[in-house]
Write a protein that binds this ligand. Sequence first.
Ligand SMILES: Cc1cc2nc3c(=O)[nH]c(=O)nc-3n(C[C@H](O)[C@H](O)[C@H](O)COP(=O)(O)OP(=O)(O)OC[C@H]3O[C@@H](n4cnc5c(N)ncnc54)[C@H](O)[C@@H]3O)c2cc1C
Length: 446
Amino acid sequence: MYDFIVLGGGPAGYTAAERAAASGLSTLLIESGPLGGTCLNVGCIPTKSLLAAAKAYRHAAEAARFGVRAEGLSFDFGAASAWKDKTVETLRSGIAFTLKKLGVEVYAGRGRLLGGGRLALEDGREVEARNILVATGSSPALPPVPGLEGNPRVVTSTGLLSLPEPPRRLAIVGGGVIGIEFASLFSAIGVEVSVVEMLPEILPFMDAELVSIFRRSLRGIKIETGARVEAIEGGTLRYSKGEEKKSVEADLILVATGRRPNIEGIGLEEAKVAFTRRGITVDDCLRTNAGGVWAAGDVTGRALLAHTASAMGEAVVEGIGGKPRSIAWQALPWVVYGEPECAGCGMTEAAAKEAGIETKKSVLPARANGRFLAENGVTGQGGVKLLAEAGSGRILGLTIVSPYAGEMIWGAQSLIARGATVEELKGAIFPHPTVSELIREAALAL
Ligand SMILES: Cc1cc2nc3c(=O)[nH]c(=O)nc-3n(C[C@H](O)[C@H](O)[C@H](O)COP(=O)(O)OP(=O)(O)OC[C@H]3O[C@@H](n4cnc5c(N)ncnc54)[C@H](O)[C@@H]3O)c2cc1C
């Protein structure tokens, strides 16, 4: 009998296993694939490794404006892929090392809940624990579009990360985070990229005012919004925009239309764990309806992000230790790793309006900032939007479009989570010259 068994070794699962073992619980981690889950193997890390190579290439190509001339510049996709693989391998062995050091037992294979605190392993054994965490993650969701299934020109994000060569023309179905990140990456290395999005705007979770700033920087990417994909024939993507029928030709088509929770074949029915199509049903402290069974990460459908998955994994271990804790759902930071980055936390203006909250806002262009201008010039696109509650001045949301936006947003998480006001933010001292000074400027402008 273990104290704790974790099903799934992604950010939610391996973080929970590490914390549990560190606090003295006997812990078994069951993982059918490579350690690190989607994030490390086919998500956050490989994309950012390739993006780093693509950015270096673009910066070199554009460096003449600083007086730096690179002759005979070329992009070696094979070398960039090797860089990506090495990064992933290094981090993966780091996770294996930490789990071993902390005494977590790892089973390489599938697991399935049986109910009553028991799980079946692929090798026929049964294991038992006082507490079980289901952290089986998510997989790409494919829309029912004729001509999509079995089409060798169609890939998901996983397929796109293991290409031997980049395509000449890439069409992307879906203008969400994954679609836009791949669009930025491939466009930066000279691939002709088209994005087809069904909604009226790309990145629909982001504050609309800053989406329009970001869109100005998506140089060379053809974006069609309000466009419904109707069929795929070979490399032809057919879609309709209102009454108009249109198509785009591509060598490869990425389908990035969202992800679905991995809830099938893991014994949720046998263990009587409640779930919906969107994921396993949990309360704010990640408890399922079944005693001793918890769920965390993408499989809950609550936030499909690696850092929220690991935060949920940590909260589960605290819950098992008798201190159930709700994570700050109203203050989950997110980043879109485009060129430049977009990052946000808290509410958008539209969401606040829908919730009936009276707001005040400040929107500043990044060009007013010394470091931004020094590095990007007057044509650089970026900005900051700070949203606060009208009467109290409580900070509701912050959105940033700029290089390093993802590195700046963590501060907003702690401010919003503890209900800080614009007055408090005004009192903070920011180093100069940094792009983050824009955040304080936005507070002063409010
Ligand atoms: C292309 C891409 C880019 C992304 N970029 C970012 C980013 O920049 N930042 C960010 O925050 N998020 C990003 N994400 C999202 C992030 O990867 C996920 O939110 C995160 O991996 C979720 O963690 P998890 O632990 O819930 O699940 P996962 O990472 O999916 O891990 C679940 C694990 O469970 C295992 N498993 C499933 N069923 C079983 C079973 N029955 N038995 C044993 N093992 C099982 C799977 O093999 C898998 O390893 C990206 C995703 C993609 C696809």
